[in-house]
Unconditional design. Structure first.
Lengths: 295, 306
């Protein structure tokens, strides 16, 4: 029998619910530890990032306006879809130097993490909101609202788990996000975008780019329409750059550079509240039950 | 069209040139491949800003809204010094007086939509009164709509006479004739309506009201620009062009400028002869200008809401 021609997947980026190639037309080779080339991957440019932010901003109103329970359902759905494509992810992780056992653990953890945050979607507000005692006749509430568009540079040492661990808490509260995948291990990020695309996640809520931190970090920090940045590496120069440049529009800056994503500390409702803003409302109290009350 | 060599003899509009649809669409697509960067981009953006007819045509318009828009037209974004004003503020006739007062001394013109905008379904005398009212209130420019129903019936004389009558009612105000290309259906009809409007006295031809989809597209605008070019070669008279509706991004606006330059030449590249009818385009242009000046991608949060 003749040898069959290989059909190789084109690893594209994910913007606004679509899979375009980078507008720059550039690519780089993703390799495993042995130096074997696994795929050509898009080398995204600042314009791809700009387009992704436009998509994320456009999706923000709809996503944050959904019922928390509905966001919960959709996060759960992502978990379900990932479960059904487990084998593919394990295969890709093995290509990227994990053993089958390690890969299976990572995929299972990623699915469980999605389910974990699916559960928190409609609960974190009850836990973290407050009715505050005040001296005047007012109900005084403090509630969490999503920060807005979050730009995330995913953990570099994992292909799937790190990305899921920083993405899920961001969107749980209603934020939309642009994520730069692991530069050296980008395969699962692109395949995960295919999972997102079949999970009822509205286009633009999650946008995934592949490329170099060294090229894109500055734009993540400076974009005026980005409300928060998340960075998961220890690089001190980059951290300083984020602190400085994010000040231009008072972005929130979070460094998760000391988190073991495979351990329990890799999931917590505080990852959700990090990317929320507290809104406090004063509402006048009517004397309901007392003499002269209207009820 | 051979008989039209003298200006006094009107052409037979049934013989207006037929348009090669594929050809015109491919030609229009090619304008979008020009690369405009750095200084050329900045100059283009400033020119676009200066060509905008900043528009509010809503049933819910109030004097306050119109005054706000006028201020925006005169001072697009004070955080960036040295910006040009827009070309005109486009409103309903009832708002002309308010706009005129707000814009006093600024050089920004007031354009009024008249003639039972947007449908044009009213008797001729009503349309003339509508026009005269807008002019008497101080409108510098009148945007009229043609009777598309009559046009489809083949009543070209009716359409012609109506435009001529409105032109007379305008006095010194410049007349823009809206073809509403989204309701005309084919490029052939767009070309024919353009020819009728120009011969009947239009100072500008304009694609759309903005109330019908599709509104302005590049191929439709190209057909009209070519009609203007042919009219100019035949009569020596320049006619202005105003695409309106659906142009909300700077990049697209720059593509239009390329198309004007490569079809009509530099003489048309100013707000005397070319306008954009738009409301949200201005903010996008401002954001791009800010991006060029600061190097930072911008957020709509820092620009006025219109």
């Amino acid at each position: 029998m003749e040898k069959r021609l290989e059909v190789l997947k084109t690893y594209k980026i994910y913007i606004g619910g679509q899979f375009p190639r980078t507008e720059s037309g550039r690519f780089y080779a993703a390799k495993n530890a042995a130096g074997q080339q696994l795929a050509n991957v898009c080398l995204s440019s600042r314009k791809d990032f700009r387009n992704a932010v436009v998509a994320a901003r456009g999706a923000f109103g709809g996503w944050s306006g959904r019922a928390a329970f509905n966001r919960s359902q959709i996060l759960y759905r992502i978990g379900e879809m990932l479960e059904t494509r487990k084998a593919q992810f394990i295969d890709e992780l093995v290509q990227q130097d994990l053993t089958v056992a390690q890969a299976t653990t990572e995929v299972n953890l990623a699915i469980d993490r999605l389910i974990y945050y699916a559960g928190w979607c409609d609960k974190f507000q009850q836990v973290f909101s407050a009715v505050n005692p005040v001296a005047s006749s007012h109900f005084n509430f403090s509630v969490q609202e999503p920060t807005g568009v979050v730009a995330i540079i995913a953990p570099q040492n994992t292909s799937l788990l790190g990305l899921v661990s920083v993405m899920a808490p961001a969107i749980a509260s209603g934020n939309t996000c642009v994520i730069l995948a692991s530069e050296q291990k980008p395969l699962c990020a692109v395949t995960f975008a295919e999972v997102l695309n079949s999970s009822d996640v509205p286009g633009g809520v999650i946008n995934i780019l592949t490329g170099k931190i060294s090229e894109l970090a500055k734009w993540f920090a400076e974009h005026m329409d980005v409300n928060a940045v998340v960075y998961c590496e220890k690089d001190a120069a980059n951290k300083n750059m984020f602190r400085e440049k994010a000040a231009v529009n008072l972005k929130r800056v979070h460094f998760y550079d000391n988190v073991n994503w495979t351990a329990d500390e890799g999931q917590s409702p505080y990852f959700i509240t990090d990317l929320t803003e507290v809104k406090t409302t004063w509402h006048p109290v009517e004397n309901i039950a007392g003499a002269g009350g209207g009820y | 069209m051979a008989l039209a060599s003298s200006q006094n003899i009107l052409p037979d509009f049934r013989l207006s040139p037929r348009i090669d649809q594929i050809g015109v669409e491919e030609r229009a697509a090619r304008f979008t491949t020009r690369s405009i960067k750095a200084d050329a981009k900045m100059n283009g953006l400033l020119l676009v800003l200066n060509m905008i007819d900043l528009t509010t045509l809503e049933g819910k318009d109030t004097p306050g809204k119109v005054k706000q828009l006028c201020y925006k037209g005169m001072h697009p974004h004070d955080a960036i010094p040295g910006l040009p004003s827009v070309a005109a503020i486009c409103v309903y006739p009832s708002m002309v007086k308010i706009a005129k007062k707000a814009l006093e001394g600024s050089g920004v013109k007031v354009a009024a939509v008249a003639t039972a905008f947007p449908s044009g379904q009213a008797p001729k005398d009503v349309k003339i009164r509508d026009t005269k009212f807008a002019v008497s209130e101080g409108a510098d420019e009148i945007d009229m709509v043609i009777s598309r129903g009559k046009f489809h019936e083949g009543e070209y004389n009716f359409v012609f006479d109506e435009i001529a009558a409105i032109k007379e009612a305008c006095g010194t105000a410049r007349l823009k004739v809206i073809l509403e290309t989204g309701e005309l259906g084919t490029y052939d009809k767009v070309r024919r309506a353009s020819d009728i409007a120009m011969h009947a006295g239009a100072d500008f031809i304009k694609t759309s009201t903005g109330k019908i989809q599709p509104a302005a597209t590049m191929p439709v605008t190209l057909v009209m620009l070519e009609a203007i070019r042919d009219f100019y070669y035949k009569t020596g008279k320049m006619i202005g062009m105003k695409p309106a509706g659906g142009i909300s991004k700077s990049k697209l606006a720059l593509h239009y400028l390329v198309m004007v330059k490569e079809t009509l030449g530099n003489d048309w590249l100013n707000n005397e002869w070319f306008r954009f009818g738009a409301s949200s385009l201005a903010n996008d242009v401002l954001m791009q200008i800010a991006k060029e000046k600061t190097g930072l991608y911008q957020s709509a949060n820092y620009f006025s809401v219109d």
